[in-house]
Design a protein around this ligand. Sequence first.
Ligand code: FEO
Ligand code: CA
Ligand code: CA
Length: 618
Amino acid sequence: MDREDQLIRRSHGEPFVALAHRHLRRRDVLRLGVGSLATGALAWAAPRGSARPDGFEPLAWRADDRVAVPPGYEVDVVVRWGDPLSAAAPAFDPAGPSAAAQALQFGYNCDFVGFLPLPRNGFASDRGLLCVSSEYTSPHMMWPEYRADADQVAADLAAHGLNVVEVVRQPEGWRYVPDSALNRRVTGDTPVTIAGPAAGHALMRTSYDPSGTTVRGTLNNCSGGLTPWRTWLQAEENFNQYFTADPKATGVAAEMARRYGIGRGRPDYPAHHPRFDLSQEPNEANCFGWMVELDPYDPTAKPIKRTALGRFKHEAASLRLTDEGRVAVYMGDDQGFEYVYKFVSEGRFNPELGAANGDLLNEGVLYVARYTADGGGEWLPLVFGHGPLTAENGFGSQAEVLIRTREAADLLGATPMDRPEDVEASPLTGRIYIACTNNTRRAPAQAGGPNPRGPNRYGHIIELEEAAGDAGATTFRWTLLLTAGPPGQSDYNGHADASPLSCPDNLAFDRQGNLWITTDGQTKTVAANDGVYRVPLKGDQRGNPKQFLSGVPGGEISGPCFTPDQTTFFCAIQHPGVDVRGASWQTPGSRFPDYDPAVPPRPSVIAVRRTDGGQVGE
Ligand code: FEO
Ligand code: CA
Ligand code: CA
C-alpha cells in the first residue's frame, strides 16, 4: 500500500482534514486541502453501504430519451431551466419567459456544477449551495416563436450567467429550496467589478463605465471551479458570439477581433443593446473573455472579473497550492489550435482570511504551455517586457498582454492543442488531466506529440506531471492517458473491455482518485447519447473507462461533482433535445425532464445516488 492508498483508506473513518493535519507535512496539507472540497474528499463519517468489488455494472451506448444509470442507482431532477428561485418569481411558463420572470428563474443551458456545503465552513453532504452556470441559450427551443423582440432579447440575456441554488437531501431525494435567501441570479446585465492588471486600462473603458472598472454582466459561462477559500471561479468562453465587429477597425482592434473570432455575432443583441455593436462601443468586448469570481455564501457579494488570469475562451479552472503555498490555477482555451495556461499567484494562501484570499488572483504570473514531442514541456511566462512581449511587438503594458492573451501566447511559441476543454488537477496526486475534446481541422501532417491524431474526431486525455510534483514548477512531463473513439479507432491503455467514449469535456475526481469524464459530442460522432465515464488512474485498470450514466438525445453532460462524502454525484444535462437535426420548440429531440408534449425540454441539474446510500462508484 503506498502513501496515496493509506490516505484514502484512513479518510473513511475520520474527518479527512483532521487526519491530514495529524499525518502530513505542510505542503501535503495545503495540497490535499485545496482539491478535497472540490472533489469530495472531505468527510465527517463513513457513508452507509459497502464497497462492491466490481463497482457498478457499466452501461453500453444508448440513444433513447431517458437518463440511464446502473442497477442500484437512482436519479433526482434537482433544478430545471425556468424553476423559480425566489418567492417573487413566477412559475415556469412553457410558452417562454418574460425578461422579468427569467431574471428570477434558473437560467438556460446549465454547464458548471459545484457543491458548497451549508453552513459555511462545514462539510455537510445533505445540504449545500449548488453553483451552476448558464452558458448560452437556444432561443428556438425556448419560445414557440422567437421574434427577437426587445423583451425576448432581454429574457435571453437574463437566461445567461450564474445561479446559486440552495439544495437539501431528503429521504425521497434531492430538491432545491425555492425561497432560500441564498438563491441568486447573476445575468448578462448584472454589474460586475473588473479587477487585476487590466482594470482601468484605456481598452477597458466604456460609456457605461469610463473608469474601466465595471462591466454589465458575464456571458457564455461554461465550466468553472471552486477555490480553497470556498468561492466560485467561473469561465467566460465563447464571448465573441454576442458582438458584431466594427468594419472600420484597424490596427490592434482589428487584429484582436480576428484572433478572438469577433465578427458577425448574433444580430439580435446589438439590435436592442448597442453595447454589443463594436462600431458604437468599441471596448465592450474587451470586458469579456475573463475568469469571474463570486462568493456564493454572500448574496450581496459583487462578482469580480480576475484579469490576471488572462483573456481567452476560458473553459474551466482547477486550483491547487504550490509547495510555497501560492495559488496555481490551471485553465484551457477551448478552440482548435489554442493553448493550455497556468496562473501562479504572487501571494500565499492564508486559510484565516477566508474569501479575502480571492485578491490573490489579482497579482501573479500567467504561463502558457509548450510541449516537446519526447514527453517534456515548459510553462512560458506571459510577462510584459519579458522575451518578445515588448513595445516593439505592440504590447505597451501587462494589461495589454492580458487583454490580448492569445496574441502574446502566439509570440511565445505555445503549443496549439486540440480544443483543451477541462484541465483538472488530481487532489490526491497533483497530476493534471487535460481533456482535448476533438479537432477535425488538424491535418495529418500536424499530428504528433500531445495531439497525436489528425483529424482528431474523438479526442484524447493528456496526463501532465509537474517537476517534483510542485504546482509552481516551470517544467513538466506529459503522457497520453487515452485516445477516445469507437473500438478500433481508440486506445484505452490496451483494455479490450473498455466502455468506448467520444469527445471528453469535463473532468472530476472521486475519493479513490479515479477520474470521471463527461462527454460532449457523442450524438454527432458515434450516434450515441453523451455520457459519464469513470477511469482508474493507477493499477492494472489504469486508462480503462466504464460508462456510469447515459444522457438524452441532443444534450451533452457537464459539471460533474460529488458531495464531500461521495454519496451523491451531480451533473448537468445541457441543451437536451437541441443538437439533433431539425430540433425546435415544437419538435425537440428529447422531452427531458418533464416528458410532457406541451413542454419543451429543459436543461437541468440531476443528482445520482445509490439506493443503499453508499459511495457512488464503489
Ligand atoms: Fe462550453 Fe468548451 O465547452
Ligand atoms: Ca465544455
Ligand atoms: Ca461543451
